[in-house]
Design a protein. Structure first.
Length: 307
């Protein structure tokens, strides 16, 4: 197996496209609202944000492995493990995994430092917030992902919504815009839904090791009722973006990306299993990517029509 394929699997790179969507949304907003586009800043932001996300994912894998959460999920017949398997199955040595993890942070920090000098102090502010959210999620002493009070869900909204969208906009313009909060919400909420649904796959073993996610605290039945509400909130935020003219009216097409997920919720009202929750998580990710890409297409068409 070549090194690139190993890195792709170890970092669970299939989630990176969400971060790419956020960066492209912020960049398009900068071009559309300010007629600003700096290609090299865009590329640095893309590389830095992707590396930061890979660091976050791998760093969380390290601490979930050390806490026993991932090993418990792997050993249980009542759970589906969602980690990369590179630590729990000893594909990589622990020391190698840690080295690669910190290398991702080094790449992200290097890109951020260059952008700080090119665009201003806002890069440093957003980078520090993002770094704290990533490093304190499951790592001691804070481990807010273990609190079970919605803290991890709030952090996911920030990490896959306002922070990358505002950051990619800022590096182009050196200022912020309140409209970015609205623009970032659909993808941020859908990503939060994806990660919320993934907790159903191992909530029993999470409970055993003391990882108090919201699903653990509320239980499977109550948490399942919350899941479609998050979906409704995400697409309601899309409608608000259109109403407030943050997105053009034809972005309404993105609502159709919810259809497969909505059908899955209907089917799961009767019976639910680990396999159905696995499908639910996959459909949540697909809805996130499709909605984000339609939003990008809508902004791109609008920017071309206006120029």
């Amino acid at each position: 197996m070549n090194l690139l394929k190993q890195l792709t699997q170890a970092s669970r790179m299939h989630f990176v496209p969400i971060m790419v969507i956020c960066v492209v949304l912020g960049t398009l907003a900068a071009y559309l609202w300010n007629d600003e586009f700096h290609p090299w800043r865009f590329l640095l932001t893309l590389v830095g944000a992707s590396a930061a996300h890979m660091f976050s994912t791998m760093y969380n894998d390290i601490w979930d492995y050390r806490s026993g959460a991932d090993l418990a999920a792997l050993a249980s017949e009542e759970a589906l493990s969602t980690d990369s398997g590179y630590l729990t199955r000893s594909v990589w040595k622990h020391s190698i995994f840690v080295t690669v993890t910190w290398s991702m942070l080094g790449i992200a920090a290097g890109c951020g430092l260059i952008l700080y000098f090119l665009s201003g102090p806002g890069v440093l502010l957003l980078g520090l917030i993002g770094g704290l959210l990533a490093s304190c999620y499951v790592a001691p002493p804070i481990r807010y992902g273990y609190w079970g009070r919605g803290t991890s869900e709030f952090a996911h909204v920030l990490s896959f919504g306002p922070l990358p969208v505002m950051g990619s906009y800022y590096v182009q313009t050196s200022h912020f815009d309140t409209r970015l909060l609205l623009l970032s919400l659909p993808v941020g909420l859908l990503t939060t839904l994806t990660f919320f649904n993934h907790h159903f796959l191992h909530w029993k073993t999470d409970k055993e090791v003391g990882k108090h996610t919201l699903v653990v605290m509320w239980g499977e039945k109550k948490s399942f009722r919350l899941s479609p509400l998050l979906l409704i909130m995400a697409y309601l935020s899309l409608a608000i973006c259109i109403f407030c003219k943050v997105l053009p009216v034809y972005a309404i097409v993105a609502l159709f990306s919810a259809w497969p997920l909505g059908r899955m919720y209907g089917a799961m009202r009767v019976s639910r299993s680990l396999q159905s929750y696995q499908s639910l998580m996959g459909l949540s990710l697909e809805a996130t990517l499709r909605c984000g890409m339609i939003m990008i297409a809508a902004l791109f068409i609008q920017s071309m029509a206006g120029h």
